[in-house]
Structure formats: C-alpha cells, structure tokens
Ligand binder design. Structure first.
Ligand SMILES: C[S@@+](CC[C@H](N)C(=O)[O-])C[C@H]1O[C@@H](n2cnc3c(N)ncnc32)[C@H](O)[C@@H]1O
Length: 260
C-alpha cells in the first residue's frame, strides 16, 4: 500500500481493518448487477467511439472498472490503494482482458500517466471525498487534466456532505441481512470534514459481535467541485444530483489547450 500527502492514512487503515471485506456485500452483494447499473449511468456520458485507455480512480471492487470494460474500452486501469479490493476486482474481471490494476493512490496514479494519453478518467462512488484535503483534490484535478487527451472526459460521482445532519438523522442503516448489519454514523468533525463511523454487527454462534471503525471524509460542496474542475482547465458539461443523492459532474479537456 502506498501513501503520500494526498492520501489519508486513516482512510486506507479503515478499509484495511473493516470496510474492504464488507464492501461488495455493502453494495448489495452482486458486483455484476452493480456494474450493470454503472454501465447504464456511464453510457450516455461517454458516447462512442470508446477507444483508448479508461482509468478508474478508487476502483474498489470494480463496479466502474467492469462497466468501462463492458462499454468497449480495450484498456481499463483500475487504481486503488487497497490490495484486498484489487484482488477481488481481478477475480471479478476474469474473462475481461481489458482490465489491469495498479495498487496506489489516485494522485500518484494520474501523475504516472503520460500527458495527453487517456480517453476517460472516472472517480466515482465518493472516492473523491476520501482524499486527504481540498488541496489534494486540486492536485488530482490538475493531474487528470494533464493526463486526458484533448476531448477526453472525466466523470465524478460523490455525495454532498455539507448538509448539516442532526440528532438521529446522523444514523444511516446501510444494509442488513440475517447474519450481518451495517450502520453508519456521521459526525461533523470540522467545517470541512465529517467523521464516518461504520458499525458492523455480525451474527456468530455466541451471539452478535460488533466491529467498529471510523475515518474522515471531505465535505465538498458540489459547486466547489464544479468550480475547481473548471479552474483546472476543464469544460464542465454535466453537473446534477442523480439517483440515491449522488452528484454527478462530467467535464472534458478542451481541444487546443486547457481553458483557464
Ligand atoms: C467508497 S469506495 C468507492 C469504490 C468504487 N468506486 C465504487 O463506487 O464502488 C472508495 C474507494 O477509494 C479508495 N481510496 C481511499 N483513498 C484513496 C486514494 N487516496 N486514492 C485512490 N483511492 C482511494 C478506497 O480503498 C475505496 O476502494
């Protein structure tokens, strides 16, 4: 696992300790079904021709990486600092030769890409909010702009955590079945950070056992995401709140140099 100043070690520690093992179950337990939903979301945002390299930053167990391969991209790079999730993704991707993986953080990954070499970058499902700071988000947007070819597209999905939650509204029932319950508790730690506590109850022969761990998530207003992408030289072409409250912001690297 690599870390740098743009990666928050409490985030990578949380996935390592608790969330990576629960991640696909948390999404509903059927990665192919989740990937099909992501394919339907991405298809209108990424019109053909779907040639060149697509990069999935913070790919987790692969919902978007699999979707990009199924949309026809011949080279799809899934990037994540968590080795457990990457191993799971490689297992799901068997039979999809387009998929390769890189175990590192998002900013390092985009800085490793040759300038102007990439057709698509996605950073979806709240990965953006896992970065260490707003400055890290700016570093990511600068790196993405550099890596995209002219006309290349970046797609972000993320939650607006700037809304103040109070009292019992801070408890979110995420998923449960007969053997497991995942509850999330959100606590505003600082004006720009929310502390996310994941609480997993697992049924054992001796009764229910609780596992808990927490990590910080950035509170980024959607307008700020849109404006910082534009400041990095991207043309924002789509910006709206979609299903399950996730914001979706899509931008293109302009032809003929970046606009600032
Ligand atoms: C909420 S999950 C989203 C996974 C996937 N994109 C999805 O929608 O199912 C966030 C992912 O970001 C990864 N992550 C955490 N810090 C990161 C960083 N600095 N750079 C890239 N990925 C990071 C985590 O390991 C995790 O897999």
């Amino acid at each position: 696992m690599t870390t740098d100043s743009t990666t928050e070690p409490r985030v990578t520690g949380h996935y390592d300790r608790l969330l990576a093992a629960q991640y696909t179950w948390m999404l509903g337990g059927d990665i192919e079904r989740t990937a099909a939903g992501q394919r339907d979301l991405l298809a209108p945002l990424l019109p053909p021709p779907r040639d060149g390299t697509a990069v999935d930053l913070g790919c987790g167990s692969g919902a978007q990486t699999l979707a990009l391969a199924d949309l026809g991209y011949a080279d799809v790079l899934g990037v994540d600092p968590d080795p457990t999730l990457l191993a799971e993704l490689r297992a799901h991707a068997a039979g999809r030769p387009a998929v390769r993986t890189r175990e590192t953080d998002a900013v390092t990954a985009v800085e490793e890409l040759a300038p102007g070499s990439v057709a698509v970058v996605v950073c979806m499902g709240d990965t953006l909010l896992h970065l260490a700071s707003p400055a890290a988000v700016d570093a990511l947007f600068a790196g993405v702009t550099r890596a995209l070819r002219p006309g290349g597209t970046v797609v972000l999905t993320y939650r607006d955590l700037t809304v103040d939650l109070r009292g019992t509204d801070r408890f979110v029932p995420v998923r449960s079945d007969e053997d497991k319950i995942l509850t999330c508790f959100l606590d505003v730690a600082r004006p720009d950070v929310v502390e996310v506590h994941d609480i997993v109850h697992v049924r054992t022969r001796d009764g229910w056992v609780m596992h808990a761990s927490s990590y910080p998530k950035l509170r980024l207003a959607p307008e700020r995401v849109r404006d910082r992408l534009a400041a990095a030289g991207q043309d924002v072409v789509h910006h709206e709140r979609g299903p399950r409250g996730l914001w979706c912001t899509t931008a293109r690297r302009p032809h003929g140099g970046v606009s600032r």
